[in-house]
Ligand binder design. Structure first.
Ligand code: FAD
Length: 448
């Protein structure tokens, strides 16, 4: 029997690029004969109901790009499909593995998965080396002076800046060490269909954005009708761009942009310190007597609420998998406050649909909007969706793009009257938060 090939493995997860990749760089630099691996994880894929999922399509395309690059270097990506622990058992039979590198992933499921794989490898005497790659600071690296975690953004952001030095955003130049790849014929890669999925209408946001966008960002970021934001969230989610590169660029021209990247890290560390994300961060909010009307929820999902900015956002989400940040705030506020529907319903809908779905930011965003979050909008701040539209989309550029029938007789009438909905939510929230028990207001008819 031929001896098993002796290799090291870099396990890609949410770092799907060959450039400036910390774990990959360390595999090349410290070990050599590196075979990059990706596992389509059935523990995750089996839970996706819609088999035309843009995220799976996005990953598949990113892997094809990596594979084409590796083939040019006489190497290959290995793409597997299954439960990670089972896949690793098969790989141990097939290869003589000297070391495995990977980049940290802090979501609760990933922590569990990596602990199991690390144990399996350790039992065979194989080091499992893991690196920080998806953020500048992670875990408990930015803590209060008293040693506790930050739960409010502004002091966290200040401490972030105080601890930051430019060397932290220096690249890990993995792309310069590709000669340390293991040489092999291209290994077969399963098609989308072979892993049980379908091609989609995905239009991936372009990688990269202009200097002009960055320097105007502060003034354009809140206008959904123009391309005033970077649209990097999907690339950050899957690692098709390096966060260090974005930080370096923003240091030069846009501290405001960097502060948005710090929001991302703020929510990541919240999830790290408080992994039980399904509970309201402020426990009193779990006393709210949500109405949870399924018909109203459907109207919201379909973008038929009669509030044009809300409808435009929900239709943008359905059509592209993305939604402008300002509009995410408005639709989330509308669902939780105007309709009194549990933020977890909205969170789950976004989780199913968002191309850039990130557990930490999504949970943080929803809890912020409903008022239950660590650094949330106060409950009595109820966005008026009409005023938001007048302020942020005065020319109706965004609304008309996504709701072409707006202004005609075919457009839906508002499903609730704003003033009445506002009064209702204030009453229900107040009662719940004052500890007066379940408020119960399911009978009030707010239909216009
Ligand atoms: C209810 C709700 C749900 C959200 N769900 C997600 C999600 O699942 N995934 C996600 O990446 N973002 C989420 N966000 C945050 C934000 O809406 C998106 O990051 C942003 O719209 C992405 O567009 P962009 O890349 O053009 O952002 P830009 O404005 O160009 O910002 C640059 C980057 O900063 C980060 N960022 C910006 N704003 C925020 C924020 N408020 N919180 C955390 N990070 C931020 C993102 O990584 C973003 O790509 C959510 C916000 C809300 C209100």
């Amino acid at each position: 029997m031929a001896p098993k090939p002796r290799i090291s493995i870099h396990w890609f997860r949410r770092d799907l690029r060959l450039e400036d990749n910390h774990g990959l760089y360390r595999a090349f630099r410290d070990h050599g004969d590196v075979l990059p691996l990706f596992i389509f994880d059935t523990e995750i894929l089996d839970k996706l109901e819609d088999k035309a999922d843009r995220r799976v399509d996005f990953i598949h395309r990113a892997l094809r790009t990596v594979q084409a690059e590796l083939a040019k270097r006489g190497s290959s990506l290995l793409v597997e499909h299954g439960k990670p622990i089972e896949v690793w058992k098969r790989l141990l039979d097939r290869f003589d593995i000297t070391v495995v590198t990977t980049n940290h992933d802090h979501e609760p499921y990933a922590i569990e998965r990596d602990a199991a794989v690390g144990e399996l490898l350790a039992a065979r005497g194989i080091p499992f080396r893991t690196f920080k790659d998806i953020s500048i600071f992670e875990r408990g690296e930015v803590m209060k002076d008293d040693g506790g975690p930050y739960t409010v953004y502004t002091p966290y952001m200040r401490k972030w800046w105080a601890l930051f030095t430019p060397v932290m955003s220096a690249p890990h130049p993995s792309e310069g060490l590709l000669n340390h790849l293991w040489k092999t014929e291209p290994l077969p890669m399963p098609s989308l269909e072979q892993i049980g999925f379908l091609p989609t209408d995905l239009q991936p946001p372009p990688i990269g954005f202009s200097e002009e966008l960055l320097s105007n960002y502060e003034h354009t970021r809140d206008t959904p009708g123009i391309n005033g934001t970077s649209r990097m969230s999907t690339h950050l989610r899957f690692g098709t761009v390096s966060v260090r590169e974005l930080v370096r660029r923003s240091l030069e021209s846009s501290p405001k942009y960097l502060n948005e990247l710090i929001w991302r890290e703020f929510y990541m560390q919240i999830l790290w310190h408080f992994p039980n994300a399904q509970n309201a961060f402020k426990p009193a909010y779990d006393r709210i007597d949500w109405r949870n009307d399924e018909k109203e929820f459907s109207l919201w999902c379909e973008g038929c609420t009669g509030y044009p900015l809300v409808d435009a956002g929900m239709r943008e989400l359905a059509a592209t998998g993305l939604m402008h940040n300002r509009v995410r705030m408005v639709v989330a506020s509308f669902l939780t406050k105007h309709l009194l529907i549990d933020w977890r319903w909205g969170e789950a809908w976004f989780a199913a649909k968002l191309l850039d779905f990130e557990l930490s930011s999504n949970n943080g965003g929803w809890q912020w909007a409903s008022g239950s979050g660590c650094d949330a909008a106060p409950y009595f701040r109820v966005f008026n969706p009409r005023l938001q539209q007048e302020r942020f989309d005065p020319q109706l550029n965004y609304v008309k793009r996504w709701v072409p029938e707006y202004g005609s007789a075919n457009y839906a009438r508002p499903m609730v009257v704003h003033e009445a909905a506002r009064e209702r939510v204030l009453r229900v929230f107040k009662e719940a938060l004052s500890g007066a028990g379940k408020a119960g207001d399911k009978q009030t008819n707010l239909f216009a």
